[in-house]
Ligand binder design. Structure first.
Ligand code: NDP
Ligand code: 2IT
Length: 445
């Protein structure tokens, strides 16, 4: 495989789509041996076919605010690859959303979904709509306008969207209500639904729980557990909340959370009611974590800084892409951090990943670590198709089992000669081989 040529061609074809290029390069670098060992992939053009989405759908969303003013946003759905199942992946509502970000997320989703052991292809979508400061009725009207276009492109066996940044249970509800009206059917076309109308127990917690289940397996390879460990978490959204709950249950102590305004350091631990306070902060729609330090005076707020300067045993980046830089990685290593597990998608820059790998820090990439969210979405689809609902214990046991099997796949494909594990390679090779072999089986269609 001529990696440089493939990347040059891609960059020329899609200039400026830096996050997309970053995600593709990371995967291609680590699967090079697997591709070279399988000449049939080259003949079948697997790499060229895999790095370009099947289709990119863009649409206009128009909606009216509470003052009667009309706004226009862009809506997208990137249907990347459906070799192993229907397109599946979240919707992100954030002002930074553009095609590069959705293509990076959709590309990552292909391999993540392959790792879950469930039959799901990769996709992603969203809008540059900013939910911050909007009223509930404005959010509802935007979601309805968005679905008015999206509904024709999706279906329970075609493409199944879910949540991501800025899209939680409330937004899924408004979108599902509109879909149901337009399509005149109740199906599992979206996941992350409310419990009363087709949702699955554990889905809200699943990404965070899965992250900690995976990190637990990573620590176990060194004979370690979460008991007594200090843990830094970034973000204060859905993933950060679920991770904090599970770390506490496993006997660890979460000491940070963060937002775009800075980070909170709470040396006494973010536990119990303090974890629930994260949900209140989120619901306030204000985009800031600073109020935490007013509510709990033992905590300090560090404006404009990232949490990685705090000395911890384990770091869980759970906010957004490229939020952990080389200097942050060096600081974590210097402070003796032994494990970094990515709850967010691509939160560490390539330079930061290099620092972790060279220093043999246990490093788990997002597509393996945070796969519990989409895996539980897959379990929601299964329950919808069977018209029944599993108990909390059943779903949690399945999630736990899936995370352990993803860890096993990483170990099987990422073992280094010195006995340590390259989880980046392990996850990419395992996900890639499943998808590439399926593409071979299916012919050129
Ligand atoms: P939420 O919208 O619930 O939370 C995102 C969090 O990150 C918010 O607290 C947000 O603050 C914060 N944030 C955004 N930008 C920054 C920044 N520059 N610095 C610090 N914090 C920031 O989203 P999720 O928790 O669902 O998603 C978090 C990450 O996890 C994303 O990378 C997402 O793709 C990934 N993920 C989510 C899954 C899911 O099931 N929800 C599954 C797998 C991965 P604010 O909103 O105020 O900007
Ligand atoms: O990045 C992700 O895996 C998600 N946002 C969840 C996707 C899903 O379909 O549940």
């Amino acid at each position: 495989m001529d990696l440089n040529k493939i990347m040059n061609d891609l960059e020329k074809k899609h200039p400026g789509e830096v996050e997309y290029h970053q995600a593709v390069r990371e995967v291609l670098e680590s699967i090079e041996d697997a591709v070279n060992d399988n000449p049939q992939f080259e003949t079948a053009g697997i790499i060229e076919r895999l790095i370009e989405p099947d289709r990119v759908l863009t649409f206009k969303v128009q909606w009216v605010d509470d003052n009667g003013k009309v706004h226009v946003n862009l809506g997208y759905r990137v249907q990347f690859n459906n070799s192993i199942g229907p397109y599946k992946g979240g919707l992100r509502f954030h002002p930074s959303v553009n095609l590069s970000i959705l293509k990076f997320l959709g590309f990552e989703q292909i391999f993540k979904n392959a790792l879950t052991t469930l039959p799901m292809g990769g996709g992603k979508g969203g809008s540059d709509f900013n939910p911050k400061g909007k009223s509930d009725s404005e959010i509802m009207r935007f979601c309805q306008g968005f679905m008015l276009e999206l509904w024709r492109l999706i279906g329970p066996d075609t493409d199944v969207p879910a949540g991501d940044i800025g899209v939680g249970g409330k937004e899924i509800g408004y979108m599902y209500g509109m879909y149901k009206k337009l399509a005149r059917e109740n199906t599992g076309v979206l996941t992350g639904k409310g419990l009363n109308w087709g949702g699955s127990l554990i889905r809200p917690e699943a990404t965070g729980f899965g992250t900690v289940y995976f990190a637990k397996e990573m620590l176990a390879t060194k004979g370690e557990t979460f008991e007594g460990k200090t843990v830094s978490v970034s973000g204060f959204g859905n993933v950060a909340w679920g991770a904090a709950l599970k770390v506490e249950e496993f006997g660890g102590k979460v000491v940070t959370l963060s937002g775009p305004d800075g980070y909170i350091h709470d040396p006494e631990g973010i536990t119990g009611e303090k974890i629930e306070y994260m949900l209140e902060l989120r619901a306030s729609n204000q985009d800031i974590v600073a109020p935490y330090a007013e509510e709990f005076p033992e905590a300090s707020f560090h404006a404009g800084k990232r949490p990685w300067e705090v000395k911890v045993d384990v770091a869980l980046p759970c906010a957004t892409q490229n939020e952990l830089h080389e200097e942050d990685a060096l600081k974590l290593v210097e402070n003796g951090c032994m494990c970094v597990a990515e709850g967010a998608n691509m939160p560490s820059t390539p330079e930061a990943v290099d620092v972790f790998q060279k220093n043999r820090v246990l490093f788990g990439p997002g597509k393996a670590v945070n796969a519990g969210g989409v895996a539980t979405s897959g379990l929601e689809m299964t329950q919808n198709a069977m018209h029944l609902a599993w108990t909390r214990e059943e779903v949690d046991a399945k999630l736990h089992h899936i995370m352990t099997s993803i860890h096993n796949a990483c170990v099987a494909n990422g073992a280094r000669e010195d006995g340590t594990i390259d989880y980046v390679k392990g996850a990419n090779v395992a996900g890639f081989l499943k998808v590439a072999n399926s593409m071979l089986d299916l012919g050129i269609a």
